[in-house]
Design a protein around this ligand. Structure first.
Ligand code: NDP
Ligand code: 2IT
Length: 451
């Protein structure tokens, strides 16, 4: 029995306790790093895997807040501080009804390796709440954020733990969270990233994840000797921060993004999606994508109720490159099959773990360049670190400066990942390359820091 099988068996007993989504993330890493564990006995000697899969601490608390009808509502808040071997805990906050401990554990675990891949001094964490922002008034969002921060403020700090946005948390929520932190502590510090520019946010943080996704894809296509994105039809899922800025950068590099989606359905517009309209609908009005066809009746809207469970009709559309940018496990084996049959030449994960293990295996077995989330969407957290640097030194960097640094960072990550894959005998496998390179950096720091 090989080292990976042994490790998997050992952790199998945790499966029922920790549950499927965290196990999925953990299993992928353990399989990927098997060659490294074989060749470097120090990682076994220092029990790095056993230590890494358990968060440093899981903070769970009640969030009671007053809605607009003067009724008290109660939600659960979390912050999972996973590992701070490389720097302060860092990672987003997700507000979505599907949030639970296991989802945040998977996200926090992935974040450790993603942050390590950036080469920046960042540990890994994730937090959030089962609070559903949909349909809430601005005042309700404000009251919830204040109540959530009243508890969270006890555990974070500019050099301790620096949260940011994720699903359901953007500049508006970060603004309210920052305001409450400031009131409680009287401290004006870079305790959150993704802040509005007027009080310490970095230029380009809103765009960073999506732009980084496209920069990574360009670097990977070049590395693999494939044609670039110019003139190519692309499919994108999601219609939030990551999806819209991926679409924006795709247009800028001459590609034609033809789809997007939200939790109620998808839009297919063969002329290229109307980005200004999408921004108006999803960022300003916060309404369903269905409204797109009021303005563009010739585009196609397919409601989620129209396609079978587990199938995502975005992936039925032929494309050169596909960009899942909505949520976890949104692209399954059947979707991968559809994409490949229709000639898809490259897949880049904008969301965290959007592809199931079976879908990933299908891409890898067809030798189609596959950019895993922890490498491809690291541009967001990288620019978060740039925001921390600017706050700490009381400086403001220009949009162009941040853009240049982001592009360089994504190119370096791509190189790092490709080299690791080559070194460990899996050339062209960016999934294993990312897991190995990320693990190595964290593991070596853990060994050097003692237990
Ligand atoms: P947003 O909240 O801005 O947007 C999320 C989008 O995905 C919305 O269009 C939403 O639809 C859709 N969506 C969410 N859940 C589901 C679901 N269960 N089924 C179908 N559609 C869904 O979030 P972000 O764009 O910030 O995040 C998207 C992904 O990118 C997440 O996986 C996140 O972890 C990851 N990510 C985000 C980063 C960031 O900087 N923001 C950085 C790195 C990764 P609707 O509009 O109907 O709610
Ligand atoms: O998944 C992610 O990398 C994020 N949600 C962004 C984290 C951050 O701290 O900017």
């Amino acid at each position: 029995m090989g080292i990976a099988q042994e490790d998997i068996k050992k952790f199998e007993k945790n499966k029922s306790e920790c549950d499927a989504i965290f196990y999925q993330a953990m299993e992928e890493i353990i399989y990927s790093i098997a060659p490294l564990l074989e060749s470097e006995p120090k990682y076994k000697k220092y029990s790095i895997v056993e230590r890494l899969i358990v968060p440093d601490r899981i903070i769970k608390f009640k969030v009671a807040w007053l809605n607009d009808s003067n009724k008290i509502e109660v939600n659960t808040g979390y912050r999972i501080q996973f590992n701070n071997a490389l720097g302060p805990y860092k990672g987003g906050l997700r507000f979505h009804p599907s949030v639970n401990e296991s989802v945040l554990k998977f996200l926090g675990f992935e974040q450790i390796f993603k942050n390590a891949l950036t080469g920046l001094p960042l540990g890994g964490a994730k937090g959030g709440s089962d609070f559903d922002p949909k349909g809430k008034s601005d005042f309700e969002i404000m009251k919830f954020c204040s109540a959530y921060m009243r508890e969270l403020s006890k555990y974070i700090g500019a050099r301790i733990d620096v949260p940011a946005g994720d699903i359901g948390v953007g500049a508006r929520e970060i603004g309210y969270l920052f305001g409450e932190y400031k009131k409680i502590t009287s401290s004006y510090e870079g305790v959150l990233t993704g802040k509005p520019y007027m009080f310490g946010g970095s230029l380009m943080r809103p765009e960073a994840t999506g732009y980084g996704v496209v920069y990574f894809t360009q670097a990977m296509l070049e590395m693999e000797g494939k044609e670039g994105l110019d003139g190519k039809v692309c499919t994108v899922s999601g219609a939030g921060n990551v999806a819209l800025h991926t679409i924006e950068k795709l247009f800028q590099v001459g590609a034609l993004p033809v789809t997007c989606s939200d939790s109620s359905g998808m839009i297919y517009d063969s002329r290229g999606v109307d980005l200004p309209l999408l921004k108006e609908l999803k960022m300003n009005q916060r309404v369903s994508l269905e409204r797109y066809i009021d303005i563009h009746p010739e585009a196609k809207y397919i409601s989620v109720s129209e396609y079978p469970q587990g199938e995502h009709s975005v992936w039925d559309i032929p494309c050169y490159a596909a960009f899942p940018c909505a949520t976890q496990n949104e692209l399954n084996e059947a979707d991968a099959q559809n994409l490949i049959v229709n000639g898809c030449a490259c897949l880049t994960e904008g969301a965290n773990m959007p592809s199931t293990p079976e879908a990933i295996a299908m891409f890898l077995s067809h030798k189609i360049p596959f950019a895993p989330a922890k490498a491809a969407n690291a541009g967001g957290v990288a620019v978060s670190e740039f925001e921390m640097s600017q706050n700490a030194s009381m400086q403001r960097w220009s949009f162009e400066d941040v853009d240049v640094k982001l592009k360089e960072t994504m190119q370096q990550i791509c190189k790092r990942v490709a080299l690791s894959a080559k070194e460990y005998g899996v050339e062209g496998n960016y999934v294993d390359g990312a897991n190995i390179a990320g693990f190595k950096r964290v593991a070596d720091a853990m060994i050097a820091e003692g237990i």
